[in-house]
Design a protein around this ligand. Sequence first.
Ligand code: HEC
Ligand code: HEC
Length: 308
Amino acid sequence: MEPRRQFIVGLAAIVAAAAMAACGNSDSLTVPDDGTGASGATGGDYSAPAAAPSAADDTPPPGVDDNAAKVYFVQNVYPALMVTCGSCHVAPGNNGAPAWLSSASASDAYTMIEARGYINLTSSLLLKKGAHEGPALTPDETNGITQWLTLEMQVRGNATPANLLAKLGDCLDKTKFDTIALDKLRTTPRTNENTDRCTGCNKAYCQTCHEQGEYTMYSNDGTLGTSTFDALASNMTSSDGTFLIEKYITTNGTTLVPSTAISDKSAVTQTGPAYSHPMFLVDDTMKAAILDFANDAITKYNAKSCGQ
Ligand code: HEC
Ligand code: HEC
């Protein structure tokens, strides 16, 4: 069971020790020794240039009237994250890191952060991630993000992202989901990866590592356990607390929007270093099928024919 989780620590010497330490903890999987100490850097500089203020910074997202939470983010959270997390997480994403920050506009960063499902006071991955290739948040950053997410819950009332996503189960179309063919997707070894030594890089099913929704991603053909569609249709959450449907549908304020999470992950794996997340390719056909599945559910939800 465990070997499949070792891929990132395939970095030679630390394999055995790190794999043991990684048991049951998704975060520690990805902490190759960067020389800054196991608990992550404090005071490290991962800066990317912060954006100049723009008019959009004061505009709350769709369906939200009060801009207090967004303005708090722009003034107090965004600048700090750009310093500590910017070098990797600024769009388009460096070193295999997903993009959720922007040097063009704080408002864009806000929209991207929401699209990744991080606006959630109880299970935001921003708060939970801890030290990885990047450092942990500083205590001040943790306080700022907690304060910001508390405000988000206040201004959004009962239309928080979690509330909206929790209702989508009966909106999903099985035929459209099957058209995506997630169960047929395979990983592809990078030219600088040794296929005998990697875990999961050589034509592996996504299920090899995601069969129970590990790392917020769910992929299960249903031979053993709950199939992906049934998991989505029953509004299941990942072990990290985020709704599994978020890889297909997410929010922009109180509006549901299609998610590009799976193709975004595909994109960052194309440039990720050897033995980082296995490379895989979501082609245009698959992208279109994901979009069609998502839009269909959103249309039905908006027409109130489901999700009530
Ligand atoms: C040196 C590069 C680097 C820096 C700096 C960095 N990260 Fe990351 N981060 C990564 C990589 C690579 C991944 C993808 C692999 C993984 O999830 O560990 C990642 C993934 C993440 C994820 C999970 C993405 C998801 O949605 O599954 C979160 C959350 C995250 N980082 C938060 C942060 C925060 C907060 C900071 C700043 C305090 C930060 N990172 C700084 C490289 C970095
Ligand atoms: C060898 C194990 C392994 C395999 C195989 C694997 N994954 Fe992952 N996946 C992980 C780990 C570990 C993470 C969390 C760290 C990271 O993001 O790199 C993750 C995270 C993710 C995420 C969420 C993080 C984000 O940035 O959005 C997505 C989406 C994902 N994988 C998709 C896939 C797909 C699709 C496949 C099949 C083509 C696949 N994975 C195959 C181990 C694996």
